[in-house]
Design a protein around this ligand. Sequence first.
Ligand code: ZN
Length: 383
Amino acid sequence: MKKIFFALVPVFLTVACLFLTGMAARLKTPVYVKVLMRRDTGSFSLYSDFPVAIENERGKRIGSARAGEKIKVRFPDSSIIVNRKLYRGSSLYFVSEGNINLGGEWLKGKIKVERFPAEGGFSICVVNILELEDYLKGVVPNEVFPCWESEALKAQAVASRSYALYHIINNKGAPYDLNNVSSQLYRGAGTEDKRTSCAIDATRGQVITYKNKVLCAYFATVCGGHTEVPYNVWVNFKDDFPGAVRCGYCDKAPNYSWDYSISSDRLRDRFAEKNINLGEIIKIYPSKKSRYGSRITEVGILHSGGDAKLRIVRFRDILGPENVKSGQFSVVKKGNRFYFTGRGHGHGVGMCQYGARELAVRGWNYKAILSYYYPGSGVKKIY
Ligand SMILES: [Zn+2]
């Protein structure tokens, strides 16, 4: 557990070299991941059932707390105050032999608080640094149901590991590799389940490779009939990614079909909250579509003041991804309301989680499932 941060630097270099040399070398383990837990928070508190050491950037112990003692961390002005004691420097570590409770979630590894200059002043990051395999044990049970077939759990474990390792490798000096919610759902050691942990252990060190690199293995809840490629969803995604595939395996999933309605006034308010001012909305229509299935990649909003165009991700974010559950929908206006009818849940890129589950039910193993949803890829054990 000592000096994890300094241990990370050679690990990152080794990982980077590993893929430059075609994975000829063995990866130095354990691999650590930095997960953003809070951003720009004014304060937070933590405790452990074991004593907690407070360390500076060089690993020197500069304070401590007793077992069970609540530690309150505040950031007034440009300083870090821990239990009324002022700390100089831009970062602190909280280290314990036991798990650390941060805002109700039990976390393995250590907690790093970092203050760094940002536009308009400074920014605060609260980051959980832990072993990649431990991180996965706090992710997979939150991404799929632990009662699912073990081959579906293994497919998710390998996809989640690949997604995380891709971000570790490609981290260009950022204070964290992933965040705890939008990257993949991480809720710490308190959510671990024997069945998902077993799938993670059984596939330890295995990742999906594509064109000799670790794949950024996106996955989505329910593809709705056909998966998608990342370039149609995130314009900035530039790496190689396998083609999309037809999926006839998720039609029994929740939200395979969905509907949603919203009044014209409320719709305008939702956009106004994001500084997009629309006139009277006449029509919502697909201004660009993917060639896969019926997925909309850009939404047009014809209104009395013009014709607004938004990427599907932005459109769903504004209306709420839990309302407009996917980019596959049609919409009609009746009176003063817009009625959406859609299919699928999530962005649809990469593995369809409910489809993977159905394939496992039909007896497919996890490697076959992964190679179906990421065509042309392979599974390699790199540690
Ligand atoms: Zn599907």
